[in-house]
Design a binder for this molecule. Structure first.
Ligand SMILES: Nc1nc2c(ncn2[C@@H]2O[C@H](COP(=O)(O)OP(=O)(O)OP(=O)(O)O)[C@@H](O)[C@H]2O)c(=O)[nH]1
Ligand SMILES: [Mg+2]
Length: 338
């Protein structure tokens, strides 16, 4: 890259395919497709590394630096930004203007992302040096800036306000060829904006911004690591608590089961004791009953025996009486006889 360190730098930045190299060629007054900056409609990035050319605005020389597009699907944005950083750090007299090229159309999330990435990359100190340039404008939008403005949404309007309303239109050379009035007016506006910028974005400011971003990234990484650590610890703690709860549940279940079995054994023992006692009681009752019956039988036998004896005595008495009466009668008969 041929950078003349004596001249201020104008940097072309934007999403890949936005039309940076085309605008660079137009500002150089070169054929837009065959200028020093390679252009093309391939899906992959055309510009692979930073390239500088000398450009004159009102006879003032500038380095115009074309850069590779960010958000290239095949190339990480961080290496591209690192390369642009190296270029900025070579600009001993700082960067006069940064032309951020964006395609007109829907302000998609991707476009927002590209603008945010560029603004964060440059930092707040570059705000006064940024110019937004819209490419791929149609005929009406290119001819009338107010038509272009009326197509913006709030988000894009805020972005433009945030950079001091410095914006221009890159004329589509297929509609407005070089030398045509609108083409000249639109390029003239961009050049005027470049010339009117006061002060430069310095390498020190860029280095400071890079340091702050590195620090912010480091802090973010640390925060993410801490958050991840805390998240992992929380997961572990949750898992430990869950295991503890599961263990407690298992323990309670086992205890309940044990208590149930224990209760059942006790109930069985109590039932068996109760039955044993009942059997004993019935046994004793039976014995008492048998004793009572035995006694009753003995009493009955005794009564019968006494009755028998009484009967026998009476019979004996009767016999004796009869015998006595008979002997008395015999005696009397004898005496009568004699
Ligand atoms: N319709 C239209 N096409 C454009 C305009 N500007 C650029 N193009 C076309 O868009 C394609 C990409 O343009 P480039 O200038 O190579 O884009 P770039 O931003 O340099 O792309 P990378 O270097 O790949 O990041 C080319 O085919 C251009 O001819 C424009 O304003 N309108
Ligand atoms: Mg390019």
């Amino acid at each position: 890259m041929e950078l003349n360190t004596k001249y201020p730098v104008v940097l072309l930045m934007g999403k890949t395919g936005a039309g940076k190299s085309t605008l660079g060629n137009l500002l150089l007054g070169a054929p837009h497709k065959k200028g020093p900056f390679a252009t093309g409609s391939r899906m992959d990035s055309i510009t692979q590394e930073c390239k500088a050319e000398t450009m004159l605005i009102d006879d003032v020389p500038y380095n115009i630096v074309d850069t590779p597009g960010i958000l290239d699907p095949n190339r990480g944005t961080i290496p591209i930004l690192n390369e642009i950083s190296k270029t900025i750090n070579k600009c001993a007299h700082g960067v006069k203007a940064i032309l951020i090229v964006s395609e007109v159309g829907r302000f998609t999330d991707e476009q927002k992302d590209a603008l945010n990435r560029i603004r964060n990359f440059l930092g707040k100190d570059a705000t006064n040096n940024i110019i937004s340039v819209l490419s791929r404008a149609d005929k009406d939008q290119t001819e009338d800036r107010s038509i272009m403005q009326s197509d913006w949404n709030q988000s894009f309007r805020s972005f433009i306000q945030g950079i001091g309303n410095r914006w221009g239109i890159s004329p589509n050379p297929e509609i407005f060829p070089a030398g045509e009035e609108t083409h000249k007016v639109r390029l003239g506006e961009i050049k005027n904006l470049i010339s009117s910028i006061q002060g430069v974005y310095t390498t020190e400011q860029h280095e400071k911004c890079q340091r702050e971003q590195a620090e912010a990234r480091r802090r973010k990484e640390e925060d993410e690591k801490r958050a991840k650590r805390e998240h992992d610890e929380k997961l572990k703690e949750d898992a430990r608590r869950e295991a503890e709860r599961a263990h407690q549940r298992e323990f309670n279940q086992m205890r309940q089961e044990y208590e149930k079995q224990h209760r059942q054994i006790l109930e069985k023992m109590i039932e068996s004791l109760r039955r044993e006692k009942e059997n004993e009681r019935q046994e004793r009752e039976k014995e008492r009953q048998e004793a009572r019956e035995h006694q009753e039988r003995r009493r009955q036998e005794e009564r019968e025996r006494q009755e028998r004896e009484r009967q026998e005595r009476r019979q004996q008495e009767l016999k004796d009486g009869i015998m006595f009466a008979a002997s008395e009668a015999l005696k009397m008969a004898f005496y009568a006889f004699i």
